[in-house]
Design a protein around this ligand. Structure first.
Ligand code: UD1
Ligand code: UDP
Length: 382
């Protein structure tokens, strides 16, 4: 039997989380010869996900350096991928989302005339500097790709507007929901002593994540000042911030939020405890893409610490509020969610515009269909 040679390429924490269920799906089917290339644009944060999902990379470019620029990442990934593509000669490569790994790997494949399948295709903020550089990475990856796996109908419409042929777009849902459903458990117990000691019944736990490049400097400082006031003014709250490993983020967080009562600055959490912490929290404050998709599925209100979002679906559903990055606005929106119970309850609805847990199956089926192995159209995510 002729197997399809698929090379999945990723490098950061969120890509790994969102690619893991798809890798598992493809490895379970004999039609695929599925290999994994990690760029290791992230090192520790990537390795923790690989370990959780038992993924052993076949190729590891190990490119991360501290203080890396996006040019560093682009050039190292481009050179590294070229070598692996020559060695493995895949029929198709699969990339995910909007990171610089994603864009550079797609470009490397294009140079070799190897088709690219883009997972999480078609999200658009319409502002090329926000998220930066991700909006442009995602657009360029879209141009370089042959197959487009869009999580939602809106994402497909964005691609159609850009003259991408509808016959190569399929609406699959987001694989992040596949991953989330695998790790969130009702009776989950934390191993970490600090998390174990939190009284989730009687405290309003606010979970913060913040890392985006366009927020470095003044916007991030405004966000942290707002957060500090929110906790200070609401004695029934406890804020937990698993800090991204980027020193720019950590230095700002420590200088504004360090040594505050009821604020825990902690190391990044592995995905399993993090997802379960989301499920037990009262409110999420975040500039992350993935968290905006996961928290609504868990019925948790999200305050987005950005000026716009390329994920409008949960905003329309009401669970996500886009606050921007100004201190006063972040404070006001979050404070209302904490103090006004009926408002909170009107917002805290479990909605799932991003997926039904079957995205990986659809993506694998679609590839088999396109490569002439499966003779049936895909039942798209609605
Ligand atoms: C990257 C992606 C961003 C994604 C984010 C997810 C780009 C340009 N940015 O941003 O789209 O949302 O990952 O978290 O592709 N570091 C470590 N260990 C790690 C990870 C990071 O020490 O495991 C430190 C290093 O000093 C590194 C720095 O963080 O240089 C920044 O990492 P980088 O990948 O360049 O940027 P992120 O902000 O993580
Ligand atoms: N996440 C995690 N541990 C943490 C913080 C986040 O496992 O301490 C997960 C989160 O659930 C989501 C993903 O990491 O799936 C988001 O990653 P990040 O915010 O770094 O990137 P983005 O989604 O903004 O690209």
């Amino acid at each position: 039997m002729n197997r399809i040679k698929v090379l999945t390429v990723f490098g950061t924490r969120p890509e790994a989380i969102k690619m893991a269920p798809l890798i598992k799906e493809m490895k379970s089917r004999e039609e695929f010869d599925c290999k994994v290339l990690v760029t290791a644009q992230h090192r520790e944060m990537l390795d923790s996900v690989l370990k959780l999902f038992n993924i052993e990379p076949d190729f590891d470019l190990n490119i991360m350096t501290h203080g890396q620029t996006i040019t560093d990442i682009t050039s190292r990934v481009l050179y590294g991928c070229e070598e692996v593509l020559d060695k493995y000669t895949p029929d198709v490569i699969l990339v995910h989302g909007d990171t610089t790994t994603t864009f550079a790997a797609s470009l490397a494949a294009f140079y070799k005339k190897i088709p690219v399948g883009h997972i999480e295709a078609g999200l658009r903020s319409e502002n090329m500097y926000s998220p930066y550089p991700e909006e442009m990475n995602r657009r360029l990856t879209g141009r370089l790709s042959t197959y487009h796996f869009s999580p939602t109908k809106t994402n497909r419409e964005n691609l159609v507007r850009e003259d991408i042929s509808t016959k190569n777009i399929v609406v699959t849902g987001n694989t992040v929901i596949d991953a989330l459903l695998q790790v969130v458990k009702k009776d989950y117990e934390f191993e970490d002593e600090m998390l174990k000691s939190i009284d989730f019944e009687n405290k309003k736990v606010i979970l913060l994540t913040c890392h985006r490049r366009e927020n470095w400097g003044e916007p991030m400082e405004e966000i942290f000042r707002a957060v500090k006031s929110i906790v200070k003014e609401n004695p029934d709250t406890h804020l937990i911030f698993p800090m991204h490993l980027n020193p720019i983020v950590r230095d700002a967080a420590k200088s504004i939020l360090g040594d505050s009562d009821r604020i825990s600055l902690i190391e990044p959490l592995d995905y399993e405890p993090f997802a379960n912490l989301m499920a037990k929290s009262y409110l999420l404050l975040t500039d992350s893409g993935g968290v905006q998709e996961e928290a609504p599925a868990l019925g948790k209100p999200v305050v987005v610490l950005r000026t716009e979002t390329e994920r409008p679906e949960a905003v329309e559903a009401g669970t996500v509020k886009v606050a921007g990055v100004k201190e006063e606005k972040v404070y006001q929106i979050s404070d209302r969610l904490i103090r006004d119970k009926s408002y909170y309850e009107s917002v805290a609805n479990a909605v799932n515009p991003y997926g039904d847990g079957k995205a990986s199956i659809r993506i694998a089926d679609y590839l088999l269909y396109k490569f002439g192995i499966l003779n049936k159209e895909i039942d798209e995510f609605k």
